[in-house]
Design a protein around this ligand. Structure first.
Ligand code: GLY
Length: 335
């Protein structure tokens, strides 16, 4: 079993990676009080049953999968159900699912009785690589992604490579794009793994490398005042592409891939990135309207009014931050 410990201001917690670790969840978590399970209906029933068999007395709240459900209404229903089951401060929430399930369960745990423990069991490559550690929990509000939430670190994260076997190739690569991003911004060796045809044989190592990168970033900058922003490489345009195309055209990682292609200045690195994305079957360019994308970025409810902090990569493994004017944001799409 691989193990790392994330040290944060309020909590230190272990991240464990092992094939089949889902079957050992109870033995590893060893909860002292009651357990409340949160999942979504996109998670294969066999993973949910595996967890329920270990916690037969625990209720499981299953909400509809997808970003549409990541809202205050679902959050309220979960909290009401937790209350109806008499969950107390010493009890625990366990999230089983992708990024949305982790966000929902994490934010419910963060807010219920001013905060109770939660354990994250990510079931997608995207959540295993990125969102399951670091303590960002949130729901969307009036079209603003992750507008209401909290930094609330999990008590443990269990990463089971076996649960990824039920993902389609497209979903799998959706998450791997975030690993490509971490290679470009932090680790040339990680990026180089994607430049070889056999990268799928090394997925467990790729995920473990990403978890270690994320641990270091979160330990230095839990609240995203500096270094953690580097994890947003490709997301400035990527989020705008997601909004522009809606929920049914491109996946998050695909938009991030196109977002990295849009923002990349260095032509040599851009060419290498294009080859990597094409090898993964991901889109590299889109036909979005420049003005509308620029408008979405500059009118993002969370953006400052006259500039945007972007991430740039001029040398692989060394991402850095730049302040761009709105004009720079618009012009970059013309090249
Ligand atoms: N997903 C980026 C972060 O956790 O900061």
């Amino acid at each position: 079993m691989r193990k790392l410990t994330v040290h944060t201001k309020n909590r230190d917690y272990d991240v464990l990676q092992e094939k089949g670790i889902l079957k050992r969840a109870k033995e590893l978590i060893r909860p002292e009080g009651s357990v409340y399970l949160v999942s979504d209906d996109g998670v294969p029933a066999k993973w949910q049953q595996c967890l329920q068999e270990q916690f037969p007395d625990a209720p499981m709240y299953v909400f509809p999968h997808g970003e549409q459900a990541k809202n205050l209404s679902t959050w309220q229903k979960i909290l009401e159900d937790m209350l109806a089951h008499n969950l107390s401060r010493k009890d625990m929430v366990i999230a089983l699912g992708g990024g949305v399930a982790g966000d929902m369960a994490g934010f419910a745990a963060a807010s219920y009785m001013r905060g109770i423990a939660y354990v994250n069991i990510p079931t997608t490559s995207l959540s295993q690589i990125d969102s399951s550690i670091g303590g960002k929990t949130a729901v969307d509000l009036a079209g603003a992604k992750n507008c209401v939430g909290a930094f609330w670190q999990p008590s443990m994260v269990l990463v089971d490579p076996d649960v990824l076997k039920t993902l389609s190739s497209r979903q799998f690569h959706n998450g791997l794009v975030e690993a490509v991003k971490e290679g470009l911004t932090f680790d040339p060796e990680l990026f180089a793994m994607f430049e070889k045809d056999d990268y799928m044989e090394h997925v467990d190592d790729i995920i473990w490398k990403c978890l270690n990168i994320k641990k270091n970033v979160v330990e230095h900058d839990e609240r995203e005042s500096g270094e953690r922003k580097l994890l947003n490489f490709g997301h400035t345009y990527g989020h705008a592409y997601e909004t522009y195309y809606g929920l049914n055209t491109y996946l998050h990682g695909e938009c991030v891939g196109m977002g990295m292609m849009t923002i990349m200045n260095n032509p040599q690195i851009k060419e290498r990135l294009q080859k990597v994305l094409e090898r993964m079957g991901c889109p590299v360019h889109c036909d979005a309207d420049y003005d509308q994308i620029a408008h979405l970025i500059t009118h993002d409810k969370k953006a400052d009014h006259d500039h945007v902090t972007i991430v740039q990569v001029d040398e692989i493994g060394k991402g850095h931050l730049e302040e761009w004017t709105m004009e720079q944001i618009r012009k970059k799409m013309d090249v």
